[in-house]
Design a protein around this ligand. Structure first.
Ligand code: CP
Length: 354
């Protein structure tokens, strides 16, 4: 296994590096012309096995604005994936054509699996309902730019907290900064997974935007992830449960900011868009600068590569998550971390009793 400085989980980088990426993103935003030839001669491969607008195009425009080139697909059915090529083989080949690769895939743990055999650094652009670290860097740059700090924030996160990978990465990262607290606003069925809440110190649950909004610095809305629901009926039951509209915003403070990773469906009424506290379009724009910074740092800085697998097989244990990459790619080493009789899959982070 070659040891590249992949970004699978934001925790693969230390907090000083997150701050460095955010700071460089802000510098690039202020003076983009200084960086316009920084990646001349470099190629970024973008493999999007799942639809994307912002992540894919902001990465592509980031590399083009840095003077580099791009290859890849946004529709795997137009590639040899359609002929049944495995994830391992496709990513091995494209990584050998690229200096850096960005990958989105519907299965949790797939980007880590690809990183095990890739020939260049890989960035996780979303793996199933698991993680989306570059959205989190986008969110952090937005918070830093718009609130002036990443500490001491009371953050409400509303909607689909079970399947919404962006909020998993966000909570993991913001809990590393002092004084942040979280209010998870959701139906019980769509609450945060245990592996996210277990390490948190300051958090609470609410089932009502109206009740929670008054005390918040940030309201982070999310879409109900239709594509990850087991049934259409269950999705319909949840789809219109939490909607932010101008009436609800009246109960919020003047310095609240409203974020959303987008795309949105019905969860934010379009009438909210003209409120100065609605910053989600700005947030998506900031994503391009933070990705420029990330590409530059990953290509040019000496970063300690993450150890991808630290666990053991634990006597033939199997991951019980149906949407884990371990179910799809039989060649992968089965690797789990054991702690207090609970084992955690090293690909999708599902936890279960041994
Ligand atoms: N926020 C986000 O990941 O958007 P896309 O799915 O359009 O990339």
């Amino acid at each position: 296994m070659k040891n590249f400085n992949h970004l699978i989980d934001l925790n693969d980088f230390g907090k000083p590096q997150w701050d460095e990426i955010i700071s460089l993103g802000e510098k690039i935003m202020d003076n983009p012309h200084i960086y316009e030839a920084s990646c001349r001669g470099k190629i970024m491969g973008t493999l999007f096995y799942e639809p994307s607008t912002r992540t894919q195009m902001s990465f592509q425009s980031a590399m083009l604005r840095l003077g580099g080139g791009i290859i890849g697909f946004d529709n795997p059915t137009a590639s040899s994936v359609m002929k049944g090529e495995s994830l391992k083989d496709t990513t091995k080949i494209v990584s050998s054509y690229s200096d850096i690769m960005v990958m989105r895939h519907p299965v949790a743990g797939s980007v880590k699996a690809a990183a095990l055999t890739a020939d260049c650094p890989i960035i996780n652009a979303g793996d199933g309902g698991h993680l989306h670290p570059t959205q989190t860097l986008t969110d952090m740059l937005t918070l830093h730019k718009e609130k002036g700090r990443l500490t001491g924030l009371r953050i409400g996160i509303c909607g689909d907290l079970k399947y919404g990978r962006t909020v998993h990465s966000l909570v993991k990262a913001l809990s590393c900064y002092e004084g942040n607290s979280f209010v998870f606003i959701s139906a019980d069925e769509l609450q945060m997974p245990d592996y996210i809440t277990a390490p948190l110190e300051k958090w609470s649950k609410s089932d009502s935007i109206d009740e929670a909004i008054g005390g918040l610095d940030v309201l982070y809305m999310t879409r109900i992830q239709k594509e990850r629901f087991p049934s259409g009926e269950e999705y319909e039951r949840q789809a219109s449960r939490y909607i932010l509209d101008p009436g609800k915003l009246k109960k919020a403070g003047e310095d609240l900011i409203v974020l959303h990773p987008l795309p949105r469906l019905h969860e934010i009424d379009a009438a909210v868009d003209s409120d100065p506290r609605a910053l989600y379009f700005k947030q998506a724009h900031y994503g391009m600068y933070v990705r420029m910074a990330l590409i530059l740092i990953m290509l040019n800085y000496d970063i300690t590569p993450p150890v991808l697998l630290k666990g053991e097989t634990h006597g033939g244990a199997k991951c019980k998550n149906d949407n884990c990459i371990l179910q799809n790619e039989p060649h992968l080493p089965q690797s789990f971390i054991k702690n207090d009789g609970v084992i955690t899959c090293e690909y999708c982070e599902s936890r279960f009793a041994l």
